[in-house]
Write a protein that binds this ligand. Sequence first.
Ligand code: KG4
Ligand code: ZN
Length: 338
Amino acid sequence: MRILGIESSCDETSIAIVDENGGSFKIENHILASQIDVHAKYGGVVPEIAAREHVVNIFPMLEQVNVPRDGKGIDVVAVTSGPGLAPALRIGVELGKSLAWMWNKPLVGVNHLEGHIYSVWLNKDGVQNIPQFPALCLLVSGGHTELILMKDHGSYELIGMTRDDAAGEAFDKVAKMLGLKYPGGPEIARLAIRGNKTAIKFPRPMSSCDNYDFSFSGLKTAVMNHIKNNTMDSKEDIAASFQQAVIDSLINKTLSAMERHNPKSIILTGGVSANTELRTTLESKVNILSQDTLFHAPSLDLTGDNAVMIAVAGSFRAKKKEFTNPLTLVANPNMRLA
Ligand code: KG4
Ligand code: ZN
């Protein structure tokens, strides 16, 4: 099955063609245009500007992936239909609908979060190393921080989520306080390498609560107060200590959910999964806790938003014939996974 994937939920425009064969995936073409430079001067993504950039990018991209004008060779069109920024989502959704209608091909509306989860089905060792169910997913991005129990393809139970800011959002806001550019996650991670992660004892919010929820707003305020009151502290130490507080919070809840639910796989995914310290620490702790639970994280080029993961998630929906009507699909900025 050859799937055309389309992603435009935030500030990346992406189109991909993925070929699925017997459960293994080959990326035939993948194009991604990041708008980071456009939004950096505003310190975050401006939805209307994102939409305008998607319009500029998306049609030339369609040409670049070499899709025949009549859609010959494409079996399914898969497009992110939510969650995300409404004006941005609409550009991809309208393109997906138009192509599916014009080519008379089935259309799948893909949940962006499900897309992030399926990014690990593309790991290099392929079918031999795909996650087994139940899988416990730690989904950490700029808009979401969730612990999701995936019982089967398309079957999700939300067992924990952030009560306020998402982890990526906290990285972005603390980076701004330190005068670093947007997006802040990679900037903090870079500084943190040269800092002392035990220099400042920032809080680990909700660590003593008997649930799997997260909170990063209080941590963010603690960092802001610390910067105000300790002007001589090095940015490196602040970055490393803040990063460690986020990582500890994420890992503590994930490991206690793992003990409770005994999953066969742990999936770390979303933009923040690019954080090396988080990846390596979680992987080693999972391995220590259980040798029967395998750790999965996307390859570094697929941690951020991309159309490849949308195509892969779409292929599983297509196999179950969960198609949507191209005349009625609408973008849903608040779409939930469970
Ligand atoms: O999944 P994603 O690309 O977009 C959303 O769907 O939100 O995630 C973007 C988020 C941003 O907040 C960015 O700062 C964060 O992922 N991020 C990181 C790293 N790389 C990206 N956070 C921490 N460490 C990183 N290396
Ligand atoms: Zn995302």
